[in-house]
Design a protein around this ligand. Structure first.
Ligand SMILES: Cc1cc2nc3c(=O)[nH]c(=O)nc-3n(C[C@H](O)[C@H](O)[C@H](O)COP(=O)(O)OP(=O)(O)OC[C@H]3O[C@@H](n4cnc5c(N)ncnc54)[C@H](O)[C@@H]3O)c2cc1C
Ligand code: SF4
Length: 578
């Protein structure tokens, strides 16, 4: 099914950029919305983007619902820009529709628009009727860029986004404001500023971070919690049908039972996370297992990033819970520290378009994350998919390897990679360490094109949006920004993966003898020695590299070349063909 046919989901118009009010294939949703709909006249209208689905902050939280109207937009144009995982499309569409009904129930007037074009084109025709629309500053740069023409004309008015826990001014006050950006400095600053986990001037427990205590591998005990499932309902079913019919060419499995889509579902997930995950969140934070996709991670990121769960709420709940301090602090650091920090870095550099020391390359159009190489056909972004550019493509170390088809699910023979990739295409999720130490690690070791890797993460994960995926991939997971966000590349050989996971037990390679990760690690260090040798955090590996026999170094480079070639063809790496 081609992108252009998406417009048929409305069944009405094939004209470009024309908002279409009727939606033939959303019978149940449309009927329910009409049934609950209040009279629209005499209201102040807000535009609510797909990632602001909350009435706990902003005008929806304090203005009389009888005086308020909201505009919600569904546009196949957005879906066509990249080969997004089906589960991600379903998550957004079903939450948006449920939110529409929830707000109509409160007496808020809801204008639900389906349009085949950019958001600005969808909203512009509504302005004469509804007046200038207020919107909390969109988190995604891509949406801000899309709306630029309307904000310039004051047809759209940005108001502060109240979902963040810190402001740009506060980021500017902290020591982290200038590159190299340091999360730890920002985190200490924001703990002091907010008083969260503080006793007067001092951090609770005498330290700001208990990270060093949180490095246990997991051997099957204590049992890891089974993630909750969420009831199917007619909205979900309808979205499922829509995905099956209109978005069938998108990759990934659709699992409606695993999809939280209502306010109630969000509460269920959060209650599960608090009771089942958080007590052991800290100690096993870095562990990986093929027997448990999330271990003691909370799985809340997709809902936090669309504001179904508010960061302020999860932080205050956790701060008030009785939990081991290493778990409590570990979790708070992720939300109050990392999540806020990456957003500030992204915003202050305009999505890495402005970096110290020169101009960054900007891709003209959105990338497909290597889809074409895997699928054997272009993604075929609709001509209508013109819009904001495809993002910054910094690459400090040089990166010329195309992302291997293994990331799209072709077996690679590397059990760690294949397990995590399969998790991702099953449900659009894997936890932090798998993203960092398997997917980003291997890509870095192979000198993969890092913009392509970023686009892959963007399409594959249900929690990915430019403000969070770009800093995490380009700044943290890889060394695309050199030392601007991390003090060293997060790379490892097989020893780390074997220590922290049980993947190696499934593998035809032996992590202690012939695993290619170890050779790739040394080959990476040798290739980039000139740039890395002065890094004080790499003193030991650099010393070890210098002592490594010339024959081993030669072998490392040969293995690097062979692994690259084999994976590029979509073949299996085996002990025999290395
Ligand atoms: C290469 C790479 C790509 C990533 N891409 C994304 C992404 O697209 N979207 C995304 O939300 N996170 C991303 N992360 C961060 C992190 O991996 C996910 O937030 C986390 O795995 C989500 O799972 P969880 O809800 O079970 O998290 P938990 O481990 O339970 O953590 C709790 C919450 O903390 C927040 N958090 C933790 N780490 C980060 C971080 N580094 N940046 C931002 N928020 C964080 C999330 O909201 C998360 O839900 C990425 C990390 C790496 C290394
Ligand atoms: S042996 Fe190597 S390739 Fe296989 S799972 Fe372990 S680290 Fe991965």
């Amino acid at each position: 099914m081609e992108a252009l046919s998406f417009v048929c989901w409305s069944g009405n118009s094939k004209r470009d950029n024309v908002p279409i009010q009727e939606a033939g294939v959303m019978g149940y949703f449309k009927k329910e919305l009409a049934r609950r709909q209040a009279k629209a006249g005499g209201r102040r209208w807000l535009f609510v983007p797909y990632d602001q689905l909350t009435d706990q902050i902003g005008p929806l939280s304090r203005e009389d619902p009888r005086n308020l109207g909201i505009v919600l937009v569904e546009t196949p144009w957005k879906a066509a820009r990249r080969p997004y995982h089906k589960q991600k499309l379903a998550l957004i569409l079903a939450n948006l529709r449920h939110f529409a009904l929830e707000q109509a129930n409160r007496g808020v007037a809801v204008r639900h628009v389906v349009a085949d074009g950019p958001y600005a084109a969808a909203l512009e025709p509504l302005i004469p009727e509804l007046g200038p629309l207020r919107v909390m500053v969109p988190a995604e740069r891509e949406l801000r860029a899309d709306l630029k023409t309307l904000t310039e004309k004051k047809s759209i008015v940005f108001i502060p986004h109240e979902g963040w826990l810190s402001t740009a001014d506060q980021f500017g006050e902290s020591d982290a404001k200038a590159p190299p950006w340091k999360m730890d400095s920002f985190y200490r600053f924001i703990r002091r500023k907010t008083g969260i986990l503080m006793e007067g001037e001092k951090p609770v427990g005498g330290r700001y971070s208990f990270d060093v205590e949180n490095r246990l591998p997991w051997h099957g005990k204590p049992a890891s919690p089974e993630p909750p499932s969420f009831p199917r309902d007619p909205i979900k079913e309808e979205v499922g049908e829509l995905i099956g019919r209109t978005f069938a060419r998108h990759p990934g499995q659709l699992d409606l039972g695993a999809l939280p889509t209502t306010g109630k579902d969000a509460e269920k997930l959060w209650s599960w996370a608090k009771a089942e995950c958080l007590p052991l969140f800290g100690p096993y934070e870095d562990a990986m297992s093929h027997r448990s996709r999330s271990l003691f991670h909370t799985r809340i990121s997709s809902l936090v990033n669309i504001q179904r769960l508010l960061p302020s709420r999860v932080i205050s709940d956790v701060a008030g819970m009785t939990l081991p301090l290493e778990s409590k602090e570990g979790f708070i650091r992720q939300i109050l520290g990392w999540r806020e920090f990456v957003r500030h870095v992204h915003e202050s550099t305009d999505g890495f378009r402005h970096l110290p020391g020169g101009k960054t390359q900007i891709e003209k159009t959105p990338g497909d994350g290597g889809y074409e190489r895997w699928a054997g056909k272009p993604w075929g972004m609709s001509k209508k998919a013109k819009g904001p550019d495809g993002g910054a493509a910094p690459c400090a170390l040089g990166c010329d390897t195309p992302l291997p088809p293994a990331y799209w699910g072709e077996p690679s023979g590397l059990a760690c990679l294949d397990t995590v990739v399969s998790d991702v295409w099953s449900e659009g999720y894997s936890h932090h360490i798998t993203r960092l130490m398997i997917l980003a690690n291997l890509a870095t070791l192979l000198d993969v094109r890092l913009r392509e890797l970023t686009d892959w993460f963007w399409v594959a994960y249900t929690d990915a949006y430019d403000w969070v995926v770009e800093p995490n991939v380009l700044g943290m997971g890889t060394y695309a920004l050199a030392g601007l966000m991390t003090t060293k590349p997060y790379v490892s050989g097989a020893a780390y993966i074997n220590r922290m996971s049980d993947y190696c037990k499934l593998c035809s390679f032996n992590p202690k003898t012939d695993c290619p990760f170890t050779s790739l690690y040394w080959a990476f260090m040798a290739r980039h020695e000139a740039l890395l040798k002065t890094n004080p955090r790499l003193t030991m590996p650099m010393a070890a590299l210098r002592k490594r026999a010339a024959s081993r170094k030669k072998e490392d480079q040969e293995i690097y070349k062979r692994v690259r070639e084999i994976l590029a063809k979509g073949d299996n790496v085996t002990p025999q063909n290395l």
